[in-house]
Design a binder for this molecule. Structure first.
Ligand code: EPZ
Length: 424
């Protein structure tokens, strides 16, 4: 079993560059289905989830040339199938992002029902309800979603119950060729939504309002392939900034827009953390104790749920108590019990985590509960007394490219180690 071992207490300072955003790249790859021909994506992160999305596209007939580890040439002219099998959707629920593109291209799609994952049920009822408003009919059988638009997709107004990222993306892509105009109300506003809308408009779509709560899509007849650079990964950046804030010495993170982490950086400043924002970088340092600060996760521009775990790690060492409220996922506090093994004092009450700051962490064996929780455990190991061994690190490899190498370049005493499998 492969683990990450990190020895706490070493100087952590320097510069690191982040990759393109995982939560944009996966959808941009799916969108190439709608533009037959060769689309080139640059600044693509070299991570497990991108490799899975590559398999999904190849499975329906696309050809992918890996120009280099951060540039893909995706040829979708040969896409003939509209079915995404369970084993690929089970590996990565973001595979459901092909639903909108397949409906746009073929007027039908068969996508395995995504399972939940350990942060929640991850339903897609809002995707389905919205697409039905555009004339799509659904039948779920044998674990597969059979979607079809027998009379073609027709634009309409769709109001989302919750500003769902995935539902907004699928609806935006399904509307590109729909007859007339589609309006998505209460749309998600994440920077990754804007990046997807930019790609689609570069391909010839007519989308306005991306980044605001109301997105309007005027149907067009076709899209053409383009070259597009994936937006920088604000969550990868926020993860390294949180680590620099924890350890105290200056850490500069490049390759992302600090505007995309607006509230996170404001909350960090309330927590006693110093920041210097650049146009595509941010430097962080800390020379005073961490101040307990209440956090509420919400859709963008609210505090991102994907930064909740990293921030919990910081607040667990603040001078006092505070409350973290998780409003986006129903089960995203699993980090707390692992941090408690390191000495944290956190009480979970439903959607609230009451965090009582302690003086320090003690290194031990811990298990990654999910992608961001795993990163947060390695972060805790940077400052913990002794060695912290983090297992189930496949979660981390799904979303962080060169995680160990990047932390080592900042001074962390960290390595990947193959341990004999635990025998029960
Ligand atoms: C995207 O997931 C991201 N994943 C998540 O990042 C991120 O946490 C999330 O957006 C919120 O920002 C990718 O982009 C691949 P949602 P998504 O639809 O689209 C519920 C990470 O760590 N919901 O905004 O699935 C849902 O269960 C990952 O990088 C429904 O109930 O998020 C969740 O509780 C984790 N019905 C909430 O809404 C639906 O039809 C938000 O989901 C859709 C969603």
């Amino acid at each position: 079993m492969e683990v990450i071992q990190v020895e706490g207490g070493h100087r952590f300072t320097g510069e690191v560059r982040v990759e393109g955003a995982k939560n944009s790249a996966l959808k941009l790859m799916a969108a190439t289905i709608m533009a037959p021909g060769v689309t080139t994506l640059t600044n693509v992160p070299n991570i497990a989830d991108v490799h899975v999305m590559g398999k999904v596209l190849k499975n329906i007939g696309a050809e992918i040339e890996v120009v280099n580890e951060h540039e893909l040439r995706i040829d979708t002219s040969g896409v003939t199938s509209w079915e995404t099998p369970y084993h690929l959707v089970a590996q990565m629920r973001a595979s459901t992002a092909v639903l909108g593109p397949l409906l746009s291209r073929f007027g039908k799609a068969i996508v395995a029902m995504p399972g939940g994952c350990n942060i929640g049920a991850r339903k897609i009822d809002m995707h389905i309800l919205g697409l039905e408003a555009l004339g799509v009919e659904f039948e779920v059988k044998h674990g597969n979603i059979h979607a079809s638009a027998p009379h073609g997709l027709v634009g309409d107004t769709v109001t989302l119950n919750f500003a769902s990222v995935g539902a907004t993306e699928n609806l935006m892509m399904a509307s590109v060729f729909a007859k007339g105009v589609t309006t998505i109300d209460n749309a998600a506003r994440e920077p990754e939504i804007v990046d997807l809308a930019n790609l689609l408009n570069e391909m010839g779509a007519k989308i306005s309002g991306a980044g605001s709560p109301v997105i309007e899509i005027e149907g067009v007849s076709e899209l053409h392939p383009v070259t597009h650079r994936v937006v920088g990964d604000r969550i990868e950046a926020g993860t390294f900034l949180a680590m620099g804030a924890l350890m105290g010495e200056p850490v500069t993170v490049r390759g992302f827009a600090p505007l995309h982490l607006g509230l996170v950086l404001k909350k960090f400043e309330q927590m006693g953390i110093s920041l210097e924002r650049g146009s595509d970088s941010c430097t962080v340092w800390r020379d005073r104790p961490l101040v307990p600060t209440d956090i509420q996760t919400l859709p963008f521009p609210g505090f991102p749920t994907d930064m909740q775990a990293q921030t919990m790690c910081l607040l667990a060492l603040a001078k006092g108590s505070c409350v973290i409220t998780e409003n986006v996922f129903e089960n995203r506090f699993m980090l707390a019990s692992e941090l408690q093994r390191m000495g944290a004092d956190i009480v979970i009450e439903g959607h609230h985590a009451i965090v009582h700051g302690v003086d320090g962490f003690s290194g031990t064996q811990v298990r990654s509960p999910d992608l961001r929780g795993g990163a947060a455990l390695v972060m805790a190991g940077l400052i913990a007394d002794g060695v912290t061994t983090v297992s189930d690190i496949y979660h981390i490899d799904r979303g962080y490219e060169g995680f160990v190498e990047k932390l080592a370049s900042l001074g962390a005493r960290i390595r990947r180690v193959e341990l004999p499998d635990e025998t029960d």
